[in-house]
Design a binder for this molecule. Structure first.
Ligand SMILES: C[S@@+](CC[C@H](N)C(=O)[O-])C[C@H]1O[C@@H](n2cnc3c(N)ncnc32)[C@H](O)[C@@H]1O
Length: 161
């Protein structure tokens, strides 16, 4: 079972599986021979399985709880890139933790309103950030028995460098 810090407690509703077409938007620009994917928010393993099926090596980190993870070991042949649809309820803490680790090759799927938050604007003043809008955005239901799509407010992929 994952251990969560008090400040970074995710909510029950944080499991939303990422549609494969949304993952493709980033994976299409990467190369399995040159990139190692770090996907720390595994959930049911849906996104990890899909990324692997596209030929990429994936690490989920050295602890079930992202906040207890250290940076994955470097592969001299590959660049490490974090690709994730993170638990939205702790997105600010995730950015803070990645800053603490000094890691900035990140593609995070987030909701559009993040752009207007103080912490995001603060982050942008120190790092290069690219935003890819997703106008029609839907997640897969967390219940495998009823895989309906849950349409969300406009989302974004935010690429931090
Ligand atoms: C939005 S879902 C994404 C699931 C999956 N990666 C996908 O894209 O289909 C986020 C997942 O992160 C998990 N999670 C929440 N807090 C976490 C933490 N501190 N460490 C690791 N996983 C966490 C949630 O339980 C949830 O399953």
């Amino acid at each position: 079972m994952a251990i969560y810090t008090k400040k970074a407690q995710p909510t029950k509703n944080d499991l939303y599986e990422t549609p494969t077409t949304t993952l493709d938007m980033i994976l299409d620009h990467l190369d399995p021979k040159r990139h190692l994917i770090w996907e720390p928010f595994v959930g049911t393993g849906h996104s990890t399985r899909y990324i692997k099926s596209r030929g990429f090596s994936v690490t989920n980190g050295d602890h079930q709880d992202f906040f207890q993870q250290s940076l994955p070991e470097k592969d001299p042949e590959k660049d490490l890139v974090l690709i994730s649809n993170p638990p939205f309820s702790v997105k600010r803490q995730i950015l803070l933790r990645l800053t603490e680790l000094g890691f900035h090759k990140i593609a995070l799927l987030l909701r559009a309103h993040v752009l207007f938050t103080k912490y995001f604007q603060e982050y942008c003043s120190h790092h290069q950030v690219q935003v890819i809008p997703l106008s029609l955005h839907s997640f897969l239901s967390s219940s495998p028995s009823s895989r309906h799509q849950a349409v969300c407010p406009p989302g974004l992929y935010i690429l931090f460098q």
